[in-house]
Design a protein around this ligand. Sequence first.
Ligand SMILES: *[C@@H]1O[C@H](CO)[C@@H](O)[C@H](O)[C@H]1NC(C)=O
Ligand SMILES: *[C@@H]1O[C@H](CO)[C@@H](O)[C@H](O)[C@H]1NC(C)=O
Ligand SMILES: *[C@@H]1O[C@H](CO)[C@@H](O)[C@H](O)[C@H]1NC(C)=O
Length: 341
Amino acid sequence: MYTTPFLAAIALTNIYSTSASCLHNTNLHPRAVEEDGKSVKVPNFGYQGNVGPTNWQAIDAENAQCAAGLNQSPIDIKVAETAKTKPGDVRMDIPAGQTLTFENLGTNVEVLVEGTTTLGEKKFKLKQFHYHTPSEHKIDGEYFPVEVHMVHEAEDNPNEIAVVGMLFQLTSEPTTTNTSSNSSSSSSTSASTIFSTVLSSISSIPDPGNTTSLPPLDFSALTSTMATTSFFSYTGSLTTPPCSEGVNFLVATEPLGMAVDTFNAMKKVVKFNSRFAQNALGEPNLLQVSRLGLERVEAQRWTVRQGVDVVPMPPPPAVEGEEAGRETVLLVVHSKREFRA
Ligand SMILES: *[C@@H]1O[C@H](CO)[C@@H](O)[C@H](O)[C@H]1NC(C)=O
Ligand SMILES: *[C@@H]1O[C@H](CO)[C@@H](O)[C@H](O)[C@H]1NC(C)=O
Ligand SMILES: *[C@@H]1O[C@H](CO)[C@@H](O)[C@H](O)[C@H]1NC(C)=O
């Protein structure tokens, strides 16, 4: 029987944010259009410099979890230690014939789409999927060139979020459907095809705020593959501000394929949009670990300036197991600053 984190109903309260692109088009962060009536509003965070992932907490007070949460995503998924769903536990239904909206949010490119995904017994509404490059999750330390996140909200609680993630390897074979050719499409259609076919329109949305319509696409190859796929399952966070926790994450155990040309065209527009891998679940937030390390350096400089003889400084903050806790106590005593671990 399926017993998972995602059956625990966790209400994500107060996480509405103008910065929340992972939540885009959900109840918690409805899509908004600029005054020109055409461009979609883009978020205020980024992936480089002062607005990048080491500083998201400074952009907005509601992003505090980004630097304090102990169950942040993405993570390095350890294959041997991570719960896996059984094939058939994740069932997707994405109706054909939808006119899809494809848009450039600056922080990613996203497709607005409707569907229903059943996780165990619980139904979630698909709201959108978007692309990250390189991958946010790692598998036993290995990154992948692309990761797609399919973002859902629970049917009975729109504040409960589930994200189905898919990793991509590069292939030398084409992975798009040639819509003007009848012969090639049927034989080459696979779960990968839909994601590559979407990207064949990326040149229509080169700039942040751009949006375009896609012709109806057939998701059946994807949904039938998902029905036989096993997923790593854990409870983490949004990988974008406000980094709210309690998010049901499901990451496919088998990567899909993407042709090199498709990847390169995507990378040219998306550029780089991957949050660094967070500490293991339950371990201190890496930004807190880093802050404590900086305080240690500051304290050491101070003692040198004062010419005071002090006990040798403790070693750099450990990040694993009990060591981390012990180090934390030492540093708290030393710096007289609160550390919530
Ligand atoms: C595709 O199939 C349709 C219907 O069989 C046919 O009318 C059309 O010419 C074909 N297109 C190509 C490019 O072969
Ligand atoms: C798509 O198929 C048509 C008809 O077979 C062909 O002329 C065209 O070159 C193909 N396009 C690509 C990108 O393969
Ligand atoms: C894309 O965005 C740019 C910059 O805002 C704008 O100049 C251009 O007209 C937009 N293109 C489309 C197709 O909306």
